[in-house]
Design a protein around this ligand. Sequence first.
Ligand code: GTP
Ligand code: MG
Length: 202
Amino acid sequence: MTFINYASREINCKIVYYGPGLCGKTTNLQYIYDSTAPQAKGKLISLATETDRTLFFDFMPLELGTVRGFKTRFHPYTVPGQVYYDASRKLILKGVDGVVFVADSQEERMDANIESLYNLEENLQTQGYDLAQIPYVLQLNKRDLPNVAPVEYMEYLLNSGPVQVPAFQGCAHKCEGVFETLNMLTRLLLGKYINKNAPQYA
Ligand SMILES: Nc1nc2c(ncn2[C@@H]2O[C@H](COP(=O)(O)OP(=O)(O)OP(=O)(O)O)[C@@H](O)[C@H]2O)c(=O)[nH]1
Ligand SMILES: [Mg+2]
């Protein structure tokens, strides 16, 4: 995605919510949509199966105001988490600027979390991206459920690479942790691109 347009003074960022099936990616986007003022958002487009599983993606444009004279527009997408929709996940990652990895905190979903994170790294690599170089935030979702793995254990499994990323606990279906996660990613994105590329506009 074209990131900064100096002529029109616009910043556009593509954000992708990634993670295993049923971890709560669509729920995050749904709550962002429900809690955002009408003038700041476009239509939420969801391509879903009859059982509300994401078939291709969810998408919703968001305007988050002006930063140093630049209009900031975010374009959050979710991928379908089910293993066999890998071609769609690859397509949706094209032009990505930032990633939210939504992990499912239920103990029995740890293998699925690891597999999905590995799948993310691999799909980024095939397109010439490196997860370690991309603004990236982790959300440990479904913390309200009784059978969750300890946070420290999940951090060890999913966030102990060379670069540790910000991690937030969430209950997306109650909107907890949803905006904390999104705000951190937008801060990382704007920090990375505005500070580096546009100091003359400060
Ligand atoms: N208990 C609990 N349920 C949640 C939470 N977040 C999402 N859910 C529920 O989990 C189910 C799946 O959520 P989705 O947002 O559709 O999951 P998804 O990651 O988009 O799934 P795919 O589209 O198949 O990849 C729904 O019934 C949500 O209401 C949470 O924090 N706690
Ligand atoms: Mg979904």
